[in-house]
Design a protein around this ligand. Structure first.
Ligand code: NAD
Ligand code: DAU
Length: 350
């Protein structure tokens, strides 16, 4: 029996990881600790909430007393830390929340793990989930490698970079057994529709403008969220302590090409004439400090741990579009209330 603390398990990636771990490892006790911010949604893991090897605890990682108590209660063998403020645009309008959760929250978890494991760190793991955005912005060529220098450019990526550095410092200074992975853009079911792909699907469905920043030429490297969860499982079990692994899809798209593909897929699914959804595309004021291109070199995880993505982008995207169309209620629930005022304040004409 292993007791595992998984933070942020009610969010997008966390919910896919909780599902994978709870179903695949019946002899692990998975404790999902989540504050349930606007991005955390118990609906995301409804299918596993009654499993005997799953426990949910609502708590804030910024609350160090609550975190220390949790470690005392559960005697954790490992931590997989995903809880974070994750949306770049929100970090531009409210950086402090990102500093508190992503930096101070991570520090609190590190301190609690260090205290709980001080007499024996053997076989313990503190696994920190991070992003490729810490490496900054690429021009037309080149890739991010595990040893690429950090160059974060948004409050979000600066907060994630800072937390990565602190996690590594706890390895070197205190011998805390850490692992880190940095992943590219994820897509899939249960993603909050402030992010590009579910936002576009939602707006096409409701015949609303499709806001593309700048000229739509920024490039992202997209990976199916289930493949990210598989990679985390692989690194958690087989990755080396103290090491960093890059995770990516070798799947680069300009935003405008991706939006075109989504428009055409949605026209097909909704039975509309081809070209209908593309008419909704609206170029809006660019994101401040908008990183031009991300591209991960994922050779290390492939060669050392044998992980490769399991689906093509075409398969993953088609199943993603179908999921949002089949789960209208989920999308409608999360786009009511506070989402509406966020959305109205977010976009300005170019
Ligand atoms: P998300 O915003 O969908 O979910 C974040 C979760 O963390 C939510 O359930 C939220 O309630 C919880 N949370 C936020 N603040 C908290 C706090 N103070 N205490 C406890 N819980 C809190 O994010 P996501 O897209 O699933 O990302 C998860 C992790 O993966 C993040 O660390 C992110 O930086 C990283 N990541 C994301 C991507 C991506 O494309 N989405 C890519 C690479 C890395
Ligand atoms: O690279 C990994 C990162 O990917 C994660 O660390 C972040 O948590 C995650 O949010 C994501 O960040 P991005 O900023 O790349 O994702 P987002 O979906 O917000 O935007 C993708 C691209 O689309 C980006 O170039 C901005 C653009 N965009 C986004 C939105 C929301 C638009 O053109 N219009 C939009 O309305």
């Amino acid at each position: 029996m292993k007791n595992i603390l998984l933070t942020g398990g009610s969010g997008f990636i966390g919910s896919h990881l909780v599902r994978l771990m709870v179903n695949k490892y019946p002899d692990y006790n998975i404790v999902n600790m989540d504050k349930l911010t606007y991005a955390g949604n118990p609906e995301n893991i409804k299918d596993i909430e009654n499993k005997s090897n799953y426990t949910f605890v609502q708590a804030d990682i910024v609350d160090d007393t609550a975190i220390f108590e949790l470690f005392k209660k559960y005697n954790f063998d490992a931590v997989i830390h995903l809880a974070a403020e994750s949306h770049v645009d929100r970090s531009i309008s409210n950086p402090k929340e990102f500093i508190m959760t992503n930096i101070v929250g991570t520090l609190n978890l590190l301190n609690a793990a260090r205290d709980a494991w001080k007499d024996n760190m053997q076989d313990k793991v503190f696994y920190h989930i991070s992003t490729d955005e810490v490496y900054g912005s690429l021009s037309d060529t080149g890739f991010f490698y595990e040893d690429t220098s950090y160059d974060p450019r948004s409050p979000y990526s600066a907060s994630k970079a800072s937390s990565d550095h602190i996690v590594r410092a706890y390895f070197h200074t205190y011998g805390l057994p850490i692992k880190i992975s940095n992943c590219s853009n994820n897509y899939g079911s249960h993603q909050f529709p402030e992010k590009l792909i579910p936002l576009m699907i939602h707006n096409i469905k409701h015949n609303k403008p499709l806001p593309v920043y700048g000229e739509g030429l920024n490039i992202r490297d997209w990976l199916w969220v289930v493949d990210h969860a598989r990679a985390i499982d692989t690194i958690f079990h087989n990755g080396e302590v103290g090491e960093t692994y890059n995770i990516g899809g070798h799947n680069e798209w300009t935003n405008i090409d991706l939006v075109h593909l989504l428009c055409d897929t949605m026209d097909d699914r909704l039975g509309n004439e081809k070209g209908t959804a593309r008419k909704l595309i609206t170029f809006v004021k660019d994101r401040a400090g908008h990183d031009m291109r991300y591209a991960i070199d994922a050779t290390k995880i492939k060669d050392e741990l044998g992980w490769v993505p399991s689906v093509t982008f075409e398969e993953g995207l088609a199943s993603t579009v179908d999921w949002y169309l089949e789960n209208e209620q989920w999308l409608d629930n999360v786009t009511s209330g506070a989402y509406r005022s966020y959305y109205e304040g977010q976009y300005e004409k170019r």
